[in-house]
Design a binder for this molecule. Structure first.
Ligand SMILES: Cc1ncc(COP(=O)(O)O)c(C=O)c1O
Length: 468
């Protein structure tokens, strides 16, 4: 699977399609001097080296990795045409592809009916779901977990709606009892359940949240921007298998967001929002005298808050799904990619459990592992080995490991940090002295399937860093 072959085929196919429209003269204003192109391109590729190696399993930090070659080839082929999926005249082929991939996502979540579309990001997808929530329950607020993505609070501000953070339990999942109490007050119109939190990868109990919400006449939106594709592992008879209850419950919720540009192997610019009730499309109704003229079929711009959207994003996802279908139980499907990362997280947690230098912060629910240098070890900065170190030392050591890992010229390793409150830390590790009100711990998203085989190397590297 050499990417260069597919890129070449993409260019050839589009050039051949273009040739069918007859000769015309390219305007000289677009011409550039080849020598200048060469120099500028050289500078571009040199400057691009100033990046972290997201492709390599030694990059075990944030949710970042390059797209699958199929996504790159699909994106490039369509981008050379540059369709716009706003209206059917802007991107007839890619609009149909978008409807097809959204239907595949709906099937993946078990939605009986759906209305949905791709977006430029998870933030915009969630914004649309919250906007629909506001239109259906004007004057009522949004409840989301204290561990929910920060953009929910911000988007409530954008939409002029009150947002309420519901406390999380000692595993970072929304407290259903606290939610019940909040909903009893009658001020909430929609609750956001997060299926895979950004920090810890915790899965809110969507099934329990939905039951409580229904009792109070409240809508449920599921933010599965990061975690959504893990539904492919729900109920799987495999080490990577997940408790199906929260995942199955998504089918009965009002809306769900999933980001193909996270676990769907896509380049950035690909989120998705789906509604279980297609009639919410009426809320988007607007007049656009200069579009929607080629067909009475649904133009995606008629059900989207954004206007222009890349048809290439739909093409890339369509080609990826043809090759790696988002179908549970398909060994050649996308689920196998996620399963490898999940197994890596499980493997790492047992290695961390046996480590005297590193400690697991909490058991991983998906593929995000959070851990910290062991208090009292010489590495944790205590005055003497055996003296329990507190949060301040853990914070310092985590920062040191992050920096030294990245700076190491020979064996670099790239992590991320998560800031946790003293209260959250103490609930998980009461033995650690809370001598600061918060601390950074280490966090690794194992979203590359290669993490599974690389894990022994990664763990050994971190053990060494913890003692250096
Ligand atoms: C759970 C969750 N929701 C929303 C977002 C925001 O998505 P985006 O960065 O695509 O806007 C993220 C990003 O990490 C996320 O993890």
């Amino acid at each position: 699977m050499d990417l260069r072959d597919w890129l070449d085929r993409a260019v050839t196919a589009v050039r051949s399609w273009e040739a069918g429209y007859g000769e015309f003269e390219r305007h000289p204003s677009l011409r550039v001097d080849p020598a200048r192109f060469d120099a500028a391109f050289g500078e571009l590729t040199t400057r691009l080296r100033d990046n972290y190696p997201y492709f390599h399993p030694s990059y075990a930090g944030q949710m970042l990795k390059p797209p699958h070659p199929a996504a790159v080839a699909g994106y490039l082929a369509a981008m050379l045409i540059n369709p716009n999926n706003h209206a059917l005249d802007g991107g007839p082929a890619t609009s149909v592809m978008e409807k097809e991939v959204v239907a595949r996502l709906a099937t993946m979540f078990g939605l009986a009916e759906h209305l949905g579309h791709l977006t430029s990001s998870g933030t915009i997808a969630n914004l649309e779901a919250l906007w629909v929530a506001r239109e259906l329950h004007p004057g009522r607020g949004i409840a989301y977990s204290a561990e929910a993505h920060y953009t929910h609070g911000r988007m409530c501000g954008v939409l002029g709606m009150p947002g309420f953070a519901v406390p999380a339990d000692d595993r970072g999942r929304m407290s259903v009892a606290a939610l019940d109490e909040l909903l009893a007050g009658g001020r909430i119109g929609t609750v956001v359940a997060t299926a895979g939190t950004t920090g810890l990868g915790a899965i809110d109990p969507v099934h329990e949240i939905a039951a409580v919400a229904r009792r109070h006449g409240v809508r449920v939106h599921v933010d599965a921007a990061y975690g959504g594709f893990f539904t492919l592992l729900a109920g799987l008879e495999d080490a990577a298998g997940l408790d199906p209850a929260p995942w199955r419950a998504i089918a009965g919720c009002d809306s769900v967001v999933v980001d193909p540009h996270k676990h769907g192997l896509q380049p950035y610019g690909c989120g998705a929002v789906l509604f279980g009730d297609p009639s919410v499309g009426r809320l988007y109704r607007h007049d656009s005298p200069y579009t929607y003229f080629t067909s009475d079929e649904l133009h995606l711009g008629e059900i989207s808050l954004e206007c222009s959207r890349a048809g290439a994003a739909a093409a890339a996802l369509w080609l990826t799904f043809e090759l790696l279908p988002p179908v549970a139980g398909d060994p050649a499907g996308l689920g196998s990619v996620l399963a490898a990362g999940r197994r890596a997280a499980l493997d790492w947690s047992s290695r961390l459990a046996g480590s005297s230098r590193l400690e697991l912060y909490q058991p991983p629910e998906l593929d995000i592992v959070c851990y910290y240098p062991v208090p009292g070890s010489p590495a944790a900065g205590s005055a003497a080995a055996g003296t329990p170190a507190g949060l301040a030392a853990i914070d310092r050591e985590s920062a040191r490991m992050l920096a030294e890992g990245m700076d190491d010229k020979e064996h670099p390793v790239f992590l991320s940090t998560l800031t946790v409150s003293a209260n959250a830390f103490s609930r998980r590790h009461p033995g650690v002295t809370a001598d600061a009100d918060r601390a950074r711990i280490l966090r690794s998203v194992l979203m590359k399937p290669e993490s599974e085989t690389y894990l022994p190397t990664l763990h050994a590297r971190l053990e060494a860093l913890a003692t250096s």
